[in-house]
Design a protein around this ligand. Structure first.
Ligand SMILES: Cc1ncc(C[n+]2csc(CCOP(=O)(O)OP(=O)(O)O)c2C)c(N)n1
Length: 658
C-alpha cells in the first residue's frame, strides 16, 4: 500500500492513526463482550475504519453526517462520549433512544449525526433534505451520507442521487463497497464494473477512492469538501474496501473465499498505516503502546459506567408521551371579512398564508411550481415565494418524503403534495418507518405535512380514486386530518403546518370544486382532534368524515323523518372519542359511514370501541357502511355500485326499526 503524507504534520498523521485505532479497539472489546453474552448484536466495521475516520475528520463539526451500521468511527471522531455509546448498545438511559432502538439506529443533533433506519435507503434522501436546507439558507456546508454497495440496489439510492443532481445539492454520497451485502457478492448485486460508473447517469462527478488508505481518504475528502462548499454539487464517492467479518457476528463468513480474506487482511488499513508511520519515524513502539493503553483505559472506564447503569425503567404514559412531540395548540381567531369559496380555494389560501407566516416553510411536489399543481392549489405561488420554496420534484415520492425529513432535521418545515393520494404507496416506507417513528426513537420531530388529494366519485379508476387513510391511522406517530368543508380545511391546514409532527392531510377531490362555504379571508387555526356535531337529531348517531359527510347531509335533507346526530370527525388521529361517546350515550344507536372499503378501516375501530365503552347504552348493534371490497372501478355506473352512498338509507331504516 502506497502512503503519501500530502504535507500533513506528524501530529496530524498521528491523529489519523488514533482516529482509526479507537473504533478498532472498541470493536475488539465488543466482540469479547458479545462472546460473553453481555451485548446482543454486533455489526463489525473492522477493516473499514479509514473511511469513517477520514470522512468525518474532513468535515466541519457543524456539518451533518449520516452513518450506517459499520461506521463507529463517525461517532468516535465526533467525540460522542463512549459511555453514552455503550449505554445505547445496552438499551440504557444514558444512550440516545431511552432503550427504544438498538445499535446505531439513532441520531443526535448535538453531534450533528443522523443515524440510519434499518431500511437503509431512506437515509440517502434525508441527506438531500439536510443539504437543501443549507442551500436555502446560504450556508456553505456539505452533508456526508454513507451507504453500503448492497443498498445501492434500492430505489431510494437512485431517487436520492437523482434529486441531488437536479437540485445541485452539496451531498457526498459515500458508498462503502465492501464486497458483500450480507451474503450477496457484488456480482449478484449489480452489473456495472464500479458503483462510481453510475455517477455519469445522474450527471454527477464520481470518484473511486482506496477505502483502506487513510491518507488517500482524508486528503481526497479534504480537497473535495472544500470544493463542494464553494460550488455546491453532489459527488458519488466509491470507497473500495472489504468486510472482514460476518454481516453481523453470528452470521460468519463461510461464503467468502479464503483468498479474498487473506488478500484484504494484507491490506488492513491500520496495520499498514502503522508500518508506514514507523518507517517515517512518526510513531515509536513506546508511543504506540502508550496510545493503546490510554484507549484501553478510556474504554474500560466508560464500560464500567454503562454496566453500572440500571436497566431502563419506564411506564405506559412515558412511552405514549414520546410518540409525538408535544404541541401546544395556539388558537388564532379569524378576523372579519369572508369570501364564498370552494374547498380547493380554501386549501390554497390557507397554504399561501402559512407560507407568509413561516419563512422556513417549503412546498415540495410534482408539477407544483409554475404549473400550479394538477389541482391548481399552488397556482401563482412561485411568483409570490419563488421556485426555491415552491419546488418541483422529480417523480420520486420516497426520496422526497425522506428529503422532507432532512429539511425538518435542519430546521425547516415542509408541505409535500402527493399528486394523488394513491401515489403515496411509492413513498410509504419513509412515512411509516421514518417520519412516524423518529420522535419516539430519538426525540427528533418530523415537521412535515403531506397533502393527499384522495377519493372516488370522480370516474378516475383504481389508481386515482383511493381514500387510503387507514394505511396511516394504523401507524403510531402519524396524525391524520380529513376535513369535509372549506372552513375546516383552511383552519386545520394552518394547525397541521404549525404542528411539528408528521400530518397526513386528506383532501377529497370530489369536494374540491363542489363544496362552497363562507370562509374568513384572514389566517386562523382550528384544533386537531375535535369533531364537529353538524346536526342534533337524537335518535341515531351517524359518525362520518370526508365525502360521507355530504352524502349524509343530502340524505337527511331528503329524508326529514330521520332524527340524526351527525358527527363529522374532521381528524382521525387524534380522534375525538368524547363527542362520539356522548352522542351514542344519548341515542343508543350508531352508524359509521366511511368511503373506504370496510375491512380494517376506521369504522371497524370505532365500532369495536363503542362495544367496549358504550355497551350498556346501546339499543341496537353498531352498524358500519363502507365501499365494496373491490378496487375502485372507473365507469360511473360501477362506481355507484362500489360506493356505499346508495346503501345508507336502508341501514338507517333498519336502525330506526330495531
Ligand atoms: C429494505 C431492507 N431490506 C433488507 C434488509 C436486511 N439487510 C440489512 S443490512 C443488509 C446488507 C446490506 O449490505 P450493504 O448495503 O452492502 O452494507 P454492508 O452491510 O455490507 O455494510 C441487508 C440485506 C434491510 N435492513 N432493509
Amino acid at each position: 500500500m502506497q502512503f503519501q503524507h500530502h504535507g500533513l504534520s506528524h501530529e496530524e498523521l498521528l491523529d489519523l492513526y488514533k482516529a482509526m485505532l479507537k473504533p478498532r479497539m472498541i470493536e475488539e472489546k465488543m466482540l469479547i463482550l458479545l462472546r460473553q453474552g453481555k451485548i446482543s448484536k454486533w455489526f463489525s466495521g473492522i477493516g473499514q475504519e479509514a473511511i469513517a475516520a477520514g470522512v468525518t475528520l474532513a468535515l466541519h463539526p457543524e456539518e451533518y453526517i449520516l452513518p450506517m451500521h459499520r461506521n463507529l468511527g463517525v461517532f468516535t471522531n465526533r467525540n460522542v462520549p463512549l459511555n453514552r455509546l455503550f449505554s445505547q448498545w445496552q438499551g440504557k438511559k444514558s444512550g440516545f433512544t431511552k432503550g427504544r432502538d438498538r445499535s446505531f439506529h439513532f441520531g443526535t443533533q448535538e453531534y450533528r449525526i443522523v443515524g440510519m433506519i434499518s431500511h437503509l435507503g431512506p437515509q440517502l434522501g434525508v441527506a438531500d433534505g439536510i443539504a437543501l436546507a443549507d442551500r436555502l439558507r446560504g450556508n456553505k456546508r456539505v452533508t456526508a451520507v454513507f451507504t453500503g454497495e448492497g443498498a445501492t440496489s434500492e430505489g431510494d439510492f437512485h431517487e436520492a442521487l437523482n434529486i441531488a443532481a437536479v437540485w445541485d445539492l452539496p451531498v457526498l454520497f459515500c458508498v462503502e463497497n465492501n464486497g458483500y451485502g450480507l451474503s450477496t457478492p457484488t456480482s449478484e448485486q449489480f452489473r456495472c464494473k464500479h458503483i462510481a460508473d453510475k455517477g455519469k447517469g445522474y450527471g454527477m462527478e464520481s470518484y473511486i477512492i482506496d477505502g483502506n488508505n487513510i491518507l488517500e481518504v482524508y486528503s481526497r475528502l479534504k480537497a473535495l469538501t472544500k470544493s463542494v462548499r464553494q460550488r455546491p454539487r453532489p459527488l458519488l464517492l466509491e470507497f473500495k474496501t472489504f468486510r472482514m467479518r460476518g454481516h453481523e457476528e453470528a452470521s460468519g463468513t463461510k461464503y467468502v473465499p479464503q483468498h479474498l480474506l487473506d488478500e484484504w487482511a494484507a491490506r488492513d488499513p491500520i496495520e499498514n498505516y502503522v508500518a508506514y508511520l514507523k518507517e517515517e519515524k512518526v510513531l515509536s513502539e513506546e508511543a504506540e503502546v502508550a496510545i493503546k493503553k490510554e484507549f484501553i483505559h478510556e474504554i474500560d472506564e466508560n464500560l464500567q459506567l454503562a454496566f453500572a447503569e440500571e436497566p431502563i425503567q419506564s411506564n405506559e404514559s412515558i412511552e405514549l408521551n414520546d410518540v409525538y412531540k408535544e404541541f401546544v395548540y395556539q388558537y388564532i381567531k379569524e378576523k372579519e371579512g369572508k369570501s364564498n369559496i370552494r374547498l380547493v380555494d380554501a386549501i390554497s389560501a390557507g397554504l399561501r398564508q402559512s407560507m407568509e407566516k413561516h419563512d422556513n416553510l417549503v412546498i415540495l411536489g410534482q408539477d407544483i411550481a409554475d404549473y400550479g399543481g394538477v389541482f391548481k392549489v399552488t397556482e401563482g405561488f412561485t411568483e409570490a415565494f419563488g421556485k426555491d420554496r415552491v419546488r418541483n420534484t422529480p417523480i420520486c415520492e420516497s426520496a422526497v418524503v425522506s428529503a422532507a425529513m432532512g429539511l425538518s432535521i435542519n430546521g425547516m418545515k415542509t408541505v409535500m403534495e402527493m399528486q394523488f393520494a394513491d401515489f403515496v404507496s411509492s413513498g410509504f416506507n419513509p412515512i411509516v418507518n421514518y417520519l412516524a417513528k423518529v420522535h419516539y426513537r430519538w426525540n427528533e420531530p418530523a415537521d412535515v405535512v403531506i397533502r393527499m388529494p384522495c377519493g372516488a366519485g370522480v370516474g378516475a379508476g383504481p389508481f386515482h380514486s383511493q381514500t387510503n387513510e387507514a394505511w396511516f391511522t394504523k401507524t403510531p406517530g402519524l396524525k391524520v386530518v380529513y376535513p369535509a368543508f372549506p372552513y375546516d380545511a383552511k383552519g386545520l391546514l394552518a394547525t397541521a403546518i404549525n404542528d411539528p409532527n408528521p400530518v397526513l392531510f386528506f383532501e377529497h377531490k370530489a369536494l374540491y370544486r363542489s363544496i362552497y362555504q363562507d370562509v374568513p379571508d384572514s389566517y386562523y387555526t382550528l384544533p386537531l382532534g375535535q369533531a364537529s356535531l353538524l346536526k342534533e337529531g337524537g335518535d341515531i348517531t351517524v359518525v362520518t368524515y370526508g365525502a360521507g359527510v355530504h352524502w349524509m347531509l343530502e340524505i337527511l335533507d331528503n329524508n326529514t323523518h330521520f332524527k340524526v346526530d351527525l358527527i363529522d370527525l374532521r381528524s382521525l388521529q387524534p380522534l375525538d372519542w368524547e363527542t362520539i361517546y356522548s352522542s351514542v350515550r344519548k341515542t343508543g344507536k350508531c352508524l359509521i359511514v366511511q368511503e373506504d372499503t370496510l375491512f380494517g378501516g376506521i369504522a371497524s375501530d370505532i365500532s369495536a370501541t363503542l362495544m367496549e365503552k358504550c355497551f350498556e347504552f346501546l339499543d341496537a348493534p353498531v352498524k358500519r357502511i363502507g365501499s365494496m371490497e373491490t378496487p375502485v372501478p372507473f365507469a360511473r355506473t360501477l362506481e355507484d355500485i362500489y360506493l356505499p352512498k346508495g346503501r345508507i338509507v336502508e341501514v338507517l331504516n333498519e336502525l330506526v326499526n330495531y
